[in-house]
Ligand binder design. Structure first.
Ligand SMILES: [Fe+2]
Length: 229
């Protein structure tokens, strides 16, 4: 399997450029999804480093985090912005988002590692996830890392239909779902990391409520390139 860090420098730069442009397209479509992806990119970068990945490999996974919900931008407005529970049919449509994102990445010739992390970020450790119902170690390790970072941010974010959980409650959820939704070793590493770093949680920078259009906020353009802090 080709990973981002194994690419020659020119191809790596091309991959990074494509990912940043796709991240910009997410921002143009829905700032809430973009901000979620940005935070997940930062969290998964830290988590991958904590489990021993090299700086370059962790950054490669951060790129996957930055666009992991790209497929949601192809959902209809009524679905993307729905502020109540989804019907079964709507949930089926929404659950196509990892496949849509993977197809887009394949079109650009993205490396397998990037495609696999995005495609499988909703698999569950006991096999009840989607799209392929993979279980345990059949789920790419990168995707298992991404899942924990993704769910932590989803739990701790304010949304029109739910309040943000405090860290203690979010950690309890992660512990409860360890082994069913998540790789237990990764949950343990994540909790250990957060304990060592009290400033782990990134503060939201936009309201979850509808915003007036902001055509070119300079901070966003700059920030897409900063996945390290
Ligand atoms: Fe997702």
């Amino acid at each position: 399997m080709t990973t981002v860090q194994q690419l020659d420098p020119g191809t790596r730069r091309y991959t990074q450029k494509i990912v940043y442009e796709l991240a910009n397209s997410i921002r143009e479509r829905d700032i809430i999804t973009y901000e979620h992806c940005r935070r997940v990119g930062v969290y998964v970068n830290r988590l991958a480093s904590a489990v021993g990945w090299s700086r370059r490999a962790a950054h490669g996974l951060a790129l996957a985090g930055l666009i992991h919900d790209l497929g949601k931008t192809w959902m209809q407005n009524e679905l993307l912005h729905k502020d109540s529970a989804l019907s079964r049919n709507e949930r089926n449509q929404m659950e196509r988002h990892p496949v849509i994102a993977a197809r887009i990445l394949l079109t650009y010739g993205a490396p397998d590692s990037l495609v696999d992390a995005v495609l499988h970020h909703h698999e569950a450790f006991d096999g009840h996830g989607y799209p392929d119902r993979l279980a345990g170690e059949d789920i790419p390790y990168s995707a298992r890392l991404l899942t924990v970072a993704d769910v932590y941010d989803a739990l701790t974010s304010e949304r029109p239909y739910k309040h943000a959980l405090d860290d203690a409650t979010a950690f309890e959820h992660l512990r409860t779902m360890s082994g069913s939704c998540f790789d237990p070793a990764i949950v343990a590493a994540f909790l250990d990391l957060v304990e060592k770093r009290p400033d782990f949680r990134l503060m939201p920078r936009v309201s979850p409520l509808p915003l007036p259009p902001t055509p070119h906020p300079a901070w966003v353009r700059h920030d897409v390139f900063d996945l390290w802090y």
